[in-house]
Design a protein around this ligand. Sequence first.
Ligand SMILES: NC(=O)C1=CN([C@@H]2O[C@H](COP(=O)(O)OP(=O)(O)OC[C@H]3O[C@@H](n4cnc5c(N)ncnc54)[C@H](OP(=O)(O)O)[C@@H]3O)[C@@H](O)[C@H]2O)C=CC1
Ligand SMILES: O=C(O)C1=N[C@H](C(=O)O)C[C@H](O)C1
Length: 252
Amino acid sequence: MAKIILSGCMGRMGKAISAIVAETEDAEIVCGFDIAGGDCGYPVYSDYASVSVDADVIIDFSHPANLNKLLSFAKRNDLPIVVATTGLTEDQKKELSDASKIIPVFFSANMSLGINLLIRLAKQAAKILEGSFDIEIIEKHHNKKIDAPSGTALAIADGIAESLSNKPEYVYERHSVRKPREKQEIGLHAVRGGTIVGEHEVLFAGPDEVISLSHSAQSRDVFAQGAVRAAKFLSKKSVGFYSMDDLFSDLV
Ligand SMILES: NC(=O)C1=CN([C@@H]2O[C@H](COP(=O)(O)OP(=O)(O)OC[C@H]3O[C@@H](n4cnc5c(N)ncnc54)[C@H](OP(=O)(O)O)[C@@H]3O)[C@@H](O)[C@H]2O)C=CC1
Ligand SMILES: O=C(O)C1=N[C@H](C(=O)O)C[C@H](O)C1
């Protein structure tokens, strides 16, 4: 039985995870953390500095401002942590990597199997098409999302950049420009509206033909399932930094 602490339990993803775990036999949520507390059917703490609880792993879908406090809690209690929160700064990514020398840390900007397969396909396509095709990434999300571009769009761009022999420049939205596109750019474009769960498209636009790889999340359950799976995986791991590649290496 994986005993989970859920950070951000009152949010959209927190609720999706609570529902998935309630139907899972080998996992349970022992308590939640959220900025204003709340009522979830398990204890919820807003100030958790001195909370003591028997747990195996933390799952975090909250806010970048929560990261430092949460990592301190995880390190102090020697707890593995799955971080799914996006919009982290470079310094915060470094904090995560430093923490992984003390506790097991899992990070992924997107917990779905489909997006992780899409990243692998995009890397392959970019390698084959390098030099003659322009790469543009378009993401669409609900109107409550606070970070742009999405963590997933950046992860796709980073994956593609890794597989190219010439380092690309990221161009965020295009406006007020009076010059043509540079060859070595990756364009990133964010759309926000309504209740869109999460859509990502990678365009490879070449001479007289366009290839498009796309993924559409149909509900938050795909992220919740992936996060619970990552938590079970991480609770058995030793100190280190883990990603979806480690989790899905046997699948894709
Ligand atoms: N990796 C992945 O697969 C996915 C990642 N995400 C990411 O997860 C995060 C959460 O998404 P979502 O559930 O939609 O967002 P929500 O805003 O619905 O949920 C976040 C929760 O965290 C709370 N919160 C805000 N600030 C803090 C803080 N400083 N300390 C503790 N808790 C805080 C919010 O409270 P309040 O509402 O009062 O502000 C809210 O209850 C985002 O970064 C999102 O991008 C989302 C989906 C998939
Ligand atoms: O905030 C969201 O909703 C999502 N955020 C993640 C991101 O920034 O990539 C993953 C998913 O697309 C939903």
